[in-house]
Structures are given as C-alpha cells and as structure tokens.
Write a protein that binds this ligand. Structure first.
Ligand code: NAG
Ligand code: NAG
Ligand code: NAG
Ligand code: NAG
Ligand code: NAG
Ligand code: NAG
Ligand code: NAG
Length: 273
C-alpha cells in the first residue's frame, strides 16, 4: 500500500520535476540512411521513428509536443546518392517533376529553410556510413559530409554529426563484429575539423548491445536475422539513445522529454524488451 502510494506520488511528480521548460523554439531535421529512416509500415524504420515518434509504428515521441521533427533519411542512401537523387536539394523542373510523382518526398533543403524561416533553432542530424562503406573509402564520405555541414550552416541551421548505429552481429566470444568503425572514426574526424556537435551513436550502441548480448540485441532487429534494421522496440530504444545523447551534448537546451525508465535501462545495460 505504502509502496503503491509512493509510486503514484513519484509518477505524479516526475512530469513536474523533469518537464522541459519551454525555451527557444527548436526543430529537428534528420538526414541519413535506413537506420535513421521514417518507417511507415509496422516494425520498420530507423531510430528516427523512436526519436520523432510515429503513428504508423505506435512509437511515442522523445520530444515535447509541437516540436517539428522531419525525417528525410532514405533507405539505401549514401552521402553521394542522397544528393545525386535529389533528396538533398533540387530546383527548377526537377523539383516539380519529383513533387508531381512523389508528393510526400521530404526534400532536405526545403524543410530546413521552412523551419529556419519560422524562427526556429533548427538542428540537422546527419548519419551515414552503412551504405557508404559498400562503395568507397571513409574519406569519400568525409568529403561529402564536409559539404553537407557547410551547406546546412549556410542555411542558418546547426549540423549535428551522428556516427553509425551499430549492426548487431556478434562473434562467438560475445564481442560485436564492427565493420563500421572506420566510417564512425571519419565522422568524428569531420566533426572535429568543422567544430560540429557529435552524437557518438556507434560507440554508445556498441556498448549497450555488448552488455545486452546477442539474444536481447536481436530482439530489437526488424527480423531476427536482420542485424541492420530495427523493429518497433528497436526504434524506441535507439531513438531514446539519440535523444539522451543530444541532451548530453546540449544540456537542457533542447525540448527532449525524459523517459527515466528507458534511460536507466540503457545506461545500465539492461534489456527493455
Ligand atoms: C513519416 O511519414 C509519414 C507519412 O508520409 C508522415 O505523416 C510523418 O510525418 C513522417 N514522420 C516524420 C518524422 O517525418
Ligand atoms: C561522395 O560524393 C561524390 C559526388 O560528389 C560521389 O561520387 C561519391 O560516390 C560520394 N561518396 C559516397 C561514399 O557516397
Ligand atoms: C540548393 O540549395 C542552395 C541553398 O538553398 C541553393 O543555393 C542552390 O541553388 C540549390 N541547388 C539546387 C540544385 O537546387
Ligand atoms: C573475439 O573474437 C573475434 C573474432 O574471432 C576476435 O577478432 C576478437 O579479438 C575477440 N575479442 C576478444 C575480446 O576476445
Ligand atoms: C538533460 O541533461 C541534464 C543535465 O545532465 C539533466 O539534468 C536532464 O535531466 C536531462 N534531461 C532529459 C530529458 O534527460
Ligand atoms: C526496463 O527493463 C525492465 C527489465 O527488462 C523492464 O521490465 C522495463 O519495462 C524496462 N523499462 C522501460 C521503460 O523500458
Ligand atoms: C516489443 O516488445 C513487446 C513487449 O515486450 C512485445 O510484446 C513485442 O512482441 C515486441 N515486438 C517485437 C516486434 O518483438
């Protein structure tokens, strides 16, 4: 009884104690590949679904209500293809052409411009590597990230570099087979060269998944054998991880709402699912 009472009091107090105090209006725009992307079928999507929230996947948002969060990440994208296929920015007849046939395609530059024009502090997260590693050495991705960061700054927004979410492929001895390391290192190097904020999702997700071990890690996979993509529970877990890393990098500046239970599990290596 007493315990129940304490629990209810705690739950009543939590939102008051930890609620985000409205400050600078802020918007988030996400750029990347399928490990970030907006999945619109059940058990699909990258960490962006857990971060922004998704009605398709019934995932709650990590952000205060009415915070714009636009996920432009694209399945299969590299830093090169994202620009070449027009997802980054396109003008003139191509723009109309794309809109005519795929009216919902979120174009990155247009979304950034809209948020900046509305007077919002606009954070643009950039996470690539999973597909870049299949076609070119890390330096190629790094050169492209540099162009992206500079263009985002020109638009009046703040680029935030994010290292690749780990794959959940394990060696028999319980360590993760990490082929993405050099691409994560390149992302860190560019963030240092250009002075951007860095979200080291690669390292944090490796630490967490190593503590979880293969079985609990694979429960976050889209299908048990798909060590790259996430199911709904995976998007919730890694969306929260990104939210907490962002809050650590911009302490109390962002409209991130707490999820103390999930944060506790993630910082202590406990499986939530
Ligand atoms: C995801 O896509 C759906 C369908 O187009 C859209 O309604 C939703 O706003 C998108 N979510 C994000 C975070 O961009
Ligand atoms: C980087 O962009 C160039 C075009 O500017 C492209 O040729 C190259 O393949 C891209 N690299 C990657 C890893 O996508
Ligand atoms: C891309 O966006 C920049 C900045 O808004 C603009 O100057 C440039 O003309 C655009 N390029 C294309 C191909 O649309
Ligand atoms: C685990 O196994 C892999 C593959 O055999 C090996 O490369 C790695 O060094 C091992 N790690 C540890 C900590 O034993
Ligand atoms: C954000 O970080 C600050 C400083 O560490 C902490 O006090 C606050 O509780 C965190 N907010 C969330 C939503 O986790
Ligand atoms: C945290 O982990 C425990 C144990 O697995 C689980 O019962 C609980 O639901 C998790 N909490 C959250 C908020 O995910
Ligand atoms: C997600 O976790 C819930 C609660 O543990 C479980 O019922 C559900 O089956 C999980 N979803 C998937 C796709 O594993």
């Amino acid at each position: 009884m007493l315990r129940q009472l304490c629990t209810s009091v705690l739950f009543l107090l939590l939102p008051v104690v930890f609620a985000f105090q409205p400050g600078t209006p802020t918007a988030f725009v996400l750029v990347g590949d399928s490990t970030t992307a907006n999945g619109t079928t059940v058990n699909s999507g990258g960490w962006g679904n857990g971060f922004c929230g998704s009605s398709y996947n019934n995932t709650p948002s990590s952000l205060a209500p009415d915070t714009p969060c636009i996920n432009t990440a694209k399945n299969g994208a590299t830093t090169g293809s994202f620009v070449a296929d027009g997802s980054w920015n396109i003008s003139g007849s191509w723009f109309h052409h794309i809109h005519e046939f795929t009216p919902n395609l979120p174009l990155l530059v247009a979304n950034i411009q809209e948020q900046v024009a509305a007077g919002r502090r606009t954070l643009v997260t950039i996470q690539f590597g999973h597909n870049d590693m299949k076609i070119a050495p890390p330096e190629s991705m790094g050169a492209n990230l540099t162009v992206m960061v500079n263009q985002i700054r020109t638009l009046g927004a703040e680029p935030v570099l994010v290292t690749s979410l780990t794959r959940r492929t394990f060696f028999a001895n319980g360590t993760i087979q990490d082929l993405l390391g050099p691409w994560a290192d390149e992302t860190i190097l560019i963030s240092q060269q250009l002075g951007t904020h860095l979200i080291d999702l690669h390292s944090t997700s490796i630490t967490y998944c190593t503590k979880l071990g293969p079985d609990a890690s694979h429960r976050l996979n889209r299908t048990p054998d798909d060590n790259t993509h996430l199911n709904t529970n995976g998007t919730i877990v890694f969306g929260r991880m990104v939210a907490d890393l962002l809050n650590a990098s911009f302490p109390n500046e962002l409209p991130i709402i707490p999820n103390p239970g999930l944060t506790y599990n993630e910082t202590n290596g406990i499986p939530s699912y």
